[in-house]
Design a protein around this ligand. Structure first.
Ligand code: SAM
Length: 414
C-alpha cells in the first residue's frame, strides 16, 4: 500500500472500496451515505477474533483495543513503515506497530505515556527484573503529611515503605539520566499495579485501574465496605505481572521507536512527511478527566500533574478548533498518500456525533476524507473503559473518520 498514489480530490481509494466489500461473521458491510460521505458499518474487528499480545495489557482510561490499530496497520503498511499516534495514551498503536515490525512513533502530552510504553518496546528478561528487585533497598521513609493521609487510604504502611524505596530510586536515576531498561520496566509495572479491584494490585479494593479515584471517594468506599488497606507482597506482584506481560514474547526486530511528550498540535519531533499511517483517538470533549484519573500514577512517577496541559473542551466548537490544530500537524507528518484513521466515540448519549466535527475540522487541510467507519462490536471488558457499561458518559461504538494525505488543501465538506 505504501506506493499507492494520493487519490484525486473527492475520489474513494481502493481501501475504502475494500471496506464496502468486507465480510465478517455478521455479514457484509452496510454502506450508507451521510453528508455526501460513505459510511461503512460492520464488525470489522473483535477481541475474540485474534488474541492480541499480552504486552498490551496495561490499563489506561479510554484505551482502544489492539485489534483496532492492527486492522489498519496490516492493511495499509508494510514492515519498516512508520506508524504514528499523536494521542498515544498507553501506546496501543505504537506497540502494535512494533509487534508487526513497523516503526513505532508516539506522542502524548502526558509524560506518563512514554513511561508506560517505552519499556514494553524492548522488554528486559524476567531474571534481570527479579535480580534488580533484590538490589533495591526494601524500604524508604514514608512521604509527609498531608499526602501521607491520602496515600494511607489506599495502601498499607508496609506497601508504602516499599513503594517509597522504588519511587526514590526511579526519580533519582531518572534525574541523573541513569535509568536503565530494567528500572524503566519496573516503574511501568508499578504504575500499572498501584490501584485496582483485586489482590493483584498494591492497594486495598478500589475502582479498576483505569478509573482511579480521589482519596476522598476512596475513604467513602473503605467506610462502606468496612475495609482497611492490607499488607501486600509488592515484589511478588511485580514479578507476577511481569511474567504475564512477557508470556507472549517481546516485539520482533523493528526500526527504532520515536517517542515524545508534546501537544499533538505541535509534535515537532516528528519530521514532515515521515509517517505512513496514523491511527489515533483524541480526548473526547470533557468525557474523561485524565488529570484526576492519573493523580496517583503522577505521584509515583514524580510528575507534577498540574503542569500537564491536558486537553478538555467543554463545547463541540472548542473541541473542533482543537481537532483542526491537531489534524494540521498530523497532515504535516504524513507522507502524501499516507492514511489517517481518527477514532472518536459517541458522547452525550449520542446527541453529539463527533465524527461530523472531525470532518468539518479537516476542511482547508491537505487531508481528503474518504469516509466514516463504524465498528459495531459485541462488548467486552475493555469496552467498559469507554463508559459503555453505564452508558451515561462515553461511547458505545468505534467511529472512525478515514482520511488520506493529499498534495493540496481540501475544501470543507460541511
Ligand atoms: C483517548 S486517550 C488515547 C488512548 C490511546 N488510544 C490508547 O489506546 O491508550 C487520549 C490521550 O490524549 C492525551 N492528550 C490530551 N490532550 C492532548 C494534547 N493536546 N496533545 C497530545 N495528547 C493529549 C491524553 O493524555 C490521553 O492519553
Amino acid at each position: 500500500m505504501s506506493e499507492a498514489p494520493a487519490p484525486a480530490q473527492g475520489t474513494v481509494s481502493g481501501f475504502a472500496d475494500g471496506l464496502g466489500a468486507f465480510e465478517y461473521r455478521n455479514g457484509r458491510t452496510e454502506v450508507t451515505e451521510r453528508n455526501g460521505l460513505p459510511c461503512f458499518t460492520n464488525e470489522f474487528w473483535t477481541s475474540g477474533q485474534r488474541k492480541a499480545s499480552r504486552l498490551h495489557e496495561v490499563s489506561y482510561r479510554a484505551c482502544f483495543k489492539p485489534q483496532l490499530p492492527a486492522f489498519f496497520i496490516e492493511r495499509l503498511t508494510r514492515p519498516g513503515d512508520a506508524v504514528y499516534d499523536p494521542f498515544m495514551g498507553r501506546g496501543t498503536t505504537p506497540l502494535q506497530a512494533a509487534l508487526t515490525g513497523r516503526r513505532p512513533v508516539g506522542c502524548d502530552i502526558n509524560p506518563l505515556s512514554a513511561m508506560l510504553l517505552a519499556p514494553r518496546l524492548a522488554p528486559p528478561l524476567l531474571e534481570e527484573i527479579a535480580a534488580r528487585l533484590v538490589e533495591i533497598p526494601l524500604s524508604a521513609p514514608l512521604p509527609e503529611e498531608p499526602l501521607l493521609g491520602d496515600l494511607r487510604v489506599f495502601f498499607h504502611d508496609s506497601v508504602l515503605a516499599r513503594l517509597a524505596a522504588l519511587r526514590a530510586r526511579f526519580i533519582e536515576r531518572d534525574r541523573a539520566g541513569a535509568l536503565d531498561s530494567v528500572d524503566e520496566w519496573l516503574r511501568m509495572v508499578c504504575l500499572n499495579r498501584l490501584t485496582g479491584h483485586s489482590p493483584g494490585f498494591f492497594s486495598v479494593y478500589t475502582m479498576p485501574p483505569n478509573q482511579a479515584v480521589a482519596a476522598g471517594r476512596q475513604r467513602l468506599i473503605n467506610a462502606k465496605r468496612g475495609q482497611a488497606p492490607p499488607p501486600r507482597d509488592v515484589d511478588a506482584l511485580i514479578l507476577r505481572k511481569s511474567r504475564s506481560l512477557l508470556s507472549t514474547g517481546g516485539p520482533p526486530p523493528h526500526p527504532p521507536a520515536l517517542l515524545g511528550t508534546a501537544p499533538a498540535e505541535n509534535a515537532a519531533f516528528v519530521a514532515d512527511g515521515s509517517v505512513d499511517l496514523t491511527v489515533t483517538s483524541p480526548p473526547f470533549l470533557d468525557v474523561v478527566d485524565y488529570r484526576t484519573d492519573n493523580w496517583l500514577r503522577c505521584w509515583f512517577a514524580g510528575i507534577d500533574r498540574e503542569a500537564v496541559p491536558i486537553a478538555a473542551h467543554r463545547t463541540p466548537e472548542a473541541w473542533r478548533a482543537f481537532v483542526h490544530a491537531s489534524l494540521r500537524d498530523i497532515a504535516r507528518t504524513l507522507r502524501p498518500g499516507g492514511f489517517l484513521a481518527f477514532e472518536v466515540g459517541e458522547v452525550r448519549g449520542g446527541k453529539v456525533l463527533l465524527e461530523d466535527h472531525v470532518v468539518a475540522a479537516a476542511g482547508g487541510l491537505p487531508l481528503a476524507v474518504e469516509g466514516v467507519m463504524v465498528n459495531r462490536q459485541s462488548f467486552t471488558k475493555t469496552a467498559n473503559c469507554w463508559g459503555v457499561a453505564n452508558n451515561r458518559k462515553g461511547t458505545n461504538t468505534n467511529r472512525i473518520v478515514l482520511m488520506r494525505k493529499t498534495h493540496r488543501p481540501e475544501p470543507a465538506l460541511h
